[in-house]
Ligand binder design. Structure first.
Ligand code: IPM
Ligand code: MG
Length: 379
């Protein structure tokens, strides 16, 4: 056991040094891309696995119609990126194979279908790898239920917390296991700044900072403290501290939930609560997700690859709404606001006001393709 302890301690030391280097790199970050003034925007399209290729096929049809003119005149290049499948990743033993990552790095933004993550083992989730490799530090997820006055937006830190080192834990075989959670100064400051900038630019008056700082004293304690330091630069916006447990209760409490506006959270809490929020909106199939960094941004459905749906032979009945919402967020991010608004309006007609073709996720509902045909008519 002495040997194992020594190995674990030296592994911990190297993690600590790597994370310190990451924090130092963050302090000297380059300026963010200005999409409004870019000549060419390359959009990478990644199918993923499970229901990924099915919903992505429909998302491509929608994009090809919305940006047809820009594709023709070369302002937008759609670039298919293959090879991010579970079979290929397992065969190569890589969460994101090198050639796939190289192809991804030639793009500016990505629209990505869900990718399967094997449980256990050491293979990292492709999402976690991409978020780290492309430094996509903000996970932004809007959720709205207009008839209830709910208009939420979540700013989830996307590169730290339990996730950064989630496949780097230590083990004393047969005795115990230990994972690590990391929060950095620069990493917290940049996500907090994005949340407050958003609040300011969109006339929001409150940001809820959600942690478990009473228990995770170092990491969440730091997150909360820095979030308040950033908040001090936005005197017109109030910042409240909440604990994640009571916040999950608040979201299912109709008497209080529509008072919340902007949420700022560390990675794991953000992961969990955004699924809850999406469910309140109508299901995880209805929410889109933006992973944003200074140089790259990746847009995806909030849900996974749904292997059970494929096994049940119901893949074609998957709901494309989530990936279409992601496409809307992507268009907004690259400053194509009018196109994003058109897509949002069509989605709202098809899913809320008219609902002539309804996807249930099962054979009693419409197929993914039939819903998209309907949406294309409304665009
Ligand atoms: C999400 C997903 C991912 C996460 C998985 C697929 C790694 O649940 O985007 O919320 O946990 O972040
Ligand atoms: Mg999740």
């Amino acid at each position: 056991m002495e040997n194992e302890i020594r190995n674990a301690v030296s592994q911990f030391e190297s993690l600590l040094r790597q994370q310190l280097q990451r924090q130092e790199r963050m302090e000297q970050n380059a300026a963010a891309k200005d999409f409004a003034n870019m000549e060419t925007i390359t959009v990478g399209l990644i199918d993923g696995d499970g229901i990924g290729p099915i919903i992505m096929e429909q998302a491509k049809r929608v994009l090809e119609k919305l940006v047809a003119d820009e594709i023709k005149d070369g302002r937008v290049v759609l670039k298919q990126i293959d090879g991010l499948t579970i079979e290929n990743r397992l065969a190569l033993g890589k969460a994101v194979p090198d050639e796939v990552l190289a192809a991804i790095k030639t793009c500016d933004v990505l629209l990505k279908g869900p990718t399967t993550t094997p449980k256990g083992g050491t293979m990292e989730s492709a999402n976690v790898t991409l978020r780290r490799e492309l430094d996509l530090y903000a996970n932004v997820r809007p959720v709205a239920v207009p008839e209830e006055g709910i208009d939420w937006i979540f700013f989830r830190e996307n590169t730290e917390g339990e996730y950064a080192l989630g496949s780097k834990g230590v083990e004393l075989p047969g005795k115990l296991t230990m994972d690590f959670k990391v929060t950095t100064d620069a990493g917290t400051r940049r996500i907090a700044k994005m949340a407050f900038d958003y609040a300011r630019a969109n006339g929001k008056t409150n940001v809820a900072i959600v942690t478990k700082a009473n228990i995770m004293k170092k990491t969440d304690g730091m997150f909360s403290r820095i979030a308040h330091e950033v908040a001090a630069e936005y005197p017109e916006i109030t910042a409240d501290d909440w604990y994640i447990d009571i916040m999950t209760a608040n979201l299912v409490n109709p008497a209080v939930r529509n008072k919340f506006q902007v949420f700022l959270l560390p990675n794991l809490y953000g992961d969990i609560i955004t699924d809850e929020a999406a469910q309140i909106q109508g299901g995880v199939g209805t929410a889109g997700s933006a992973n944003i960094g200074g140089q790259y941004a990746m847009f995806e459905a909030i849900h996974g690859s749904a292997p059970r749906k494929i096994e049940a032979g119901e893949g074609d009945y998957a709901n494309p709404a989530s990936i279409l919402k992601a496409a809307e967020l992507m268009l907004r991010h690259i400053a194509m606001t009018e196109k994003a608004d058109r897509l949002a309006a069509a989605l709202s007609v098809c899913m809320e006001t008219e609902r002539r073709v309804v996807v249930t996720g099962h054979q009693d509902g419409a197929t993914c393709r039939a819903f998209t045909d309907y949406l294309l008519e409304k665009l």
